[in-house]
Each structure stands twice: as C-alpha cells, then as structure tokens.
Write a protein that binds this ligand. Sequence first.
Ligand code: THG
Length: 367
Amino acid sequence: MAEIGPNTRLRVSPFYEATIQEGVSAFSPYNNMLMPVSYGDTTAEYDRLMNRVAQWDVSVERQVQITGPDAATLTQLLSTRDLSGIEVGKGKYVPMCDHRGTLINDPVVLKHADGTFWLSIGDNNILMWARAIAAERGLNVDLCEPDVSPMAVQGPKAEDVVANVFGDWVRALKYFWFAPAEINGIPVIIQRSGYSKQGGFEIYLKDGTRGTELWNIVREAGTPWDIGPGNPNPAERIESGLLSYGGDTDDATNPFEVRLEKYVTLDLPDEVVGIKALRDIHAAGVKRHQLGVVLDDQSQRAGHAIWYKVQHDGCHVGHMTNGIWSPRTQSMIGYVLVSKTVQIGDPIEVLRGSIVDKGITCDLPFF
Ligand code: THG
C-alpha cells in the first residue's frame, strides 16, 4: 500500500491530529493541503449532516488577506460581483475570473474593515494571482495567507452546538454574517456559512497551534446532539446544487455556464478583471450549460473522479462532471456540463468506459 503524507509541500491542517483521532479514512489534496473526505461510513456521515450535526475540517479553505489603503479596490478588481454595498462583518459569495472571463475561483469574501478583506478560497492559487494583479495595477496593499483555518459545524443542530460553545448570541447571526469570539483564549471568527444547505456555521481558528483543543471543545459541546465527524458531503452538495470549482469546471468555464449569473455584475468598471470578456460572452450567448441528470443505473456507486463523456442523439455534447448515489432521490444523480442544444428533460447517454448509462437531464438544484 503506497502512502501519501504531509510534507512541506503538502501542508498540515491544525485539525490533522484530531481527524486522525476521529478515524479519517481518506483525504483529497486541495490548496496544497489534505482535506479529509471520508471517515469510512458514508451513510452515517450523510445522516449526521441531514438530521443532526457534523464537524468538518475545512482548513483547506485558505484565506487570502488583503490589507491597506487600496484593499477595497483590489478586492473589487478581482471580483466579478459588485462589492460596493458589502458591510463590515458580512461575507459574500463571489465568482473570480481571469481576463478571458474564465472562472478561476468562487470564494466567500469577508469584509473585516474598510481596509481589510479575506478571500476564503477554493482550490487555486489566488494569493499569487492577487499579488500579480496588485503589482501590475500599482496598488498599495499587503497580501498574505494568515494563520486561519476554518472548521465547519453543519446540520440542523449546528446552531445548538455552536451556541453551547460560544453563547446564545450566535443564534442572531444572519446568513454570511460573522463576528470575532474566543473560547479558552482561542481566538476565532464565527460565521453563519458552510458548504451545505443544511444550515450551520464556520469557525475560523486564528491560532494554528490550538486546533486539537478547539476540535475537542466543539466535539464535547456537541455530545448531547450526537455530533460526529464529516466533510463537505458530495451527496448532499450535489442534491443541493452547490458548485465545486475545479471539480465541475474546466479551463474554459465561465460563470454563466455554471449557474453563477446572479453573482455577476456586468456593469462594473472595465478595470475589473474579466468583466469585458464576460460582457462579450453574455452578449454572444453561452454555448454550454450545467444541468442535473438522473441516471437509470441503480448501482449505488460512490462518486466518480473523472468527467465521463455525454452523448445526445448519438452526438458528443459534453461531460458528466460528478455523480453519486442520492439518498433522497434513491437514484444516481449528478451534473452535466453540456451544449445548449441539450435541454431539461432530454435523454442522454453517459459513457463510462464500456458501460453506457442512460439518464434524463433536469433542473438544478435537485432540492
Ligand atoms: N466556506 C468558506 N470558504 C470556502 C467555501 C465555503 N472556500 C472554498 C469553497 N467553499 C468556495 N465555494 C463556495 C461555493 C458555494 C458557497 C460557498 C463557497 C455557498 N453557496 C450558496 C449557494 O450557492 O446556494 C450561497 C450563495 C449565496 O447565495 O450567497 O455557500 O463553503 N468560508
């Protein structure tokens, strides 16, 4: 059995020891770190998220910190969504594009102060990107990756658990709002957010030496609600229609193709990276779109790691970008990124090696 382990290029999460203790059984590389992706019991992990509460090591959601007199300017130049109205203490989900209008990330942007922002990023090197743009535009900013590591607490009982640790004030936090807090002297930021549609919070640990301690405090406080470990859950997120940048997108995907149009503000100034290209793409009309698919296949297979080719009327029309057994629909579901010639309700064929899976496309989200 070959091994892959933490080294200087594969950075260690502050919650690593705790997740080992919890029995983590699989990791996936993400932002040069290891993200736990299973604790060995898919059914229990899904059930916990849907009906109780789960605790996730999502420290791979790294923060790019932008400070200085031009911090707001740079943050907007990198974001294809209008941030002029963002308030201190609030986060926003934001598509980031390159000059071609191709999606390069979809972070949550947190505004800490007029001159301080965090980009809570997906799997791509945005620190390097932001530094390059800042330098080319001659902006007065400082950029770094601070010692910050999010832990998510997700599920219908997440609020009870987080309130049990930090106090009832957290119940008043609105979606994507955040506030600083402390427990046993451990500094954190608490936000009502997280990569699921089951509700919950993310606790951004601000001292990487105290990960195990924080993990165990939350775990202990969650015992009355039967808390247990989990991770961004592929079945739930696909049922809920959440996008995985890099998983469901390729090097030519624009935000319109993957249902992010409502987060793009086309009349932003021309200086915003990618906005001119997005106007052109929008005017010309996109060629592909992301749809759901329900397969006939009843095999209850786990998720797939590659993009399978998709055919419609005998022609190649795109790819199935993810797929998983859905406990709620009791079928294999997933997303396809296909030509606009394929519409909702159309039959398609997914080529999985020598196997052909028949399916019907549908609107997203599934729930
Ligand atoms: N939380 C934080 N950082 C993150 C993620 C997160 N960084 C990496 C990755 N996830 C970024 N991608 C997403 C994708 C979806 C959402 C958040 C981050 C999300 N979307 C909701 C939706 O699509 O329904 C809400 C969007 C909205 O309406 O504003 O939450 O999960 N800290």
